[in-house]
Design a protein around this ligand. Sequence first.
Ligand code: NAI
Ligand code: COI
Ligand code: MG
Length: 360
Amino acid sequence: MDFKIALIRGDGIGPEVVGEAVKVLDAVGERFGHTFTYTDVLLGGCATDAVGKSYPDGTAEKCKACDAVLLGAVGGPKWGSDRPAEERPETALLAIRRDLGLYANLRPAALRPAMADACPLKKETAEQGIDLLMVRELTGGIYFGQREKYQTEDRGMECADRMAYSEMEIERIGRRAFELARLRRKKVSSVDKANVLETSRLWRSVMHRLAEEYPDVAYEDVLVDNCAMQLVRAPGQFDVVVTENMFGDILSDEASMVTGSIGLLPSASIGDSAPGLYEPIHGSAPDIAGQDKANPIATILSVAMMMRYSFHLEAEASAIEAAVDGVLADGWRTADIAEAGVTPIGTKQMGDLICQKLRA
Ligand SMILES: NC(=O)C1=CN([C@@H]2O[C@H](COP(=O)(O)OP(=O)(O)OC[C@H]3O[C@@H](n4cnc5c(N)ncnc54)[C@H](O)[C@@H]3O)[C@@H](O)[C@H]2O)C=CC1
Ligand SMILES: CC(C)CC(=O)C(=O)O
Ligand SMILES: [Mg+2]
């Protein structure tokens, strides 16, 4: 089959990790008889440098002309918060998510078989296994609310960020979570701050209504601060964790470290229509950019999610995951996951080894 993929390489390590993911796509194409054709789409700090704004006109249309989007990462100190909003990479990232209607961000955090030793938790905790799916609401909440900045008479500058959620927004992400739980271990943990926030009280009431529609799925409410603690104490208790935008952003970075490294965790952002967008959960890692040090596995596993969720190619998705697990089982490690005494390999070698496994 033929598939068109938009590539948003982005900034920092983005182009490096996307480069390795493209090699993997080509290897999958060879092995399974598919043709992937690529359209480069400029977005982020690199777009600001090239055309003066981080989200050039026509970006969403270019993506919509493709079957799926692969994104590396955007951002960096060069395009910091002193820049006007239209020049900041993060503005573009939020805009593309909004314009493609990508309200559901699936962030699986699993302790891969060969990575048990990389789990920083107690041995007994790691032995219980970690395999959770964070379902993060992606186009609402505080990241999309009105921003205010004004001078007060007696307290200096004051800023406000509005957090709003509608029943519709909560219901559609909640439904996704329950449907996904039915395909897994049939448990949903809904994370909120209903003891304080009005948005969370609405969130909780909608989730309770949905829980009645899915009696076969176990349901619990978890306050976000407790969830942060439970992720370190006993992450094996979680199956599907559904939460709002900012809580999911923060908790998924935390979950990544529990399973080894942020360099390992992929994500899929999907809406009600194509294309889906696939990206690692990490950012542009300016501290290691351009040094062949970035772990490309998060982006490569995002390609596996693309196969599964956008193209319904389960064998191809599983083959990528098996190749990653095979390379890790052989003991190869990039710097972020190398234990003391292990010589790390670079971004490109990790990509090459995964392609070799795929072709074997
Ligand atoms: N989706 C996106 O494009 C995202 C963009 N960002 C942006 O990225 C920039 C940097 O943000 P940070 O807070 O530093 O977060 P970050 O995720 O880029 O980096 C945090 C730490 O993790 C390490 N790291 C990240 N990815 C790695 C990989 N693949 N392999 C090995 N180590 C890795 C970095 O070296 C750094 O020490 C900011 O401008 C931020 O806004 C942040 C998160 C997501
Ligand atoms: C601009 C931020 C919301 C990006 C981020 O940290 C993420 O999506 O994980
Ligand atoms: Mg984040």
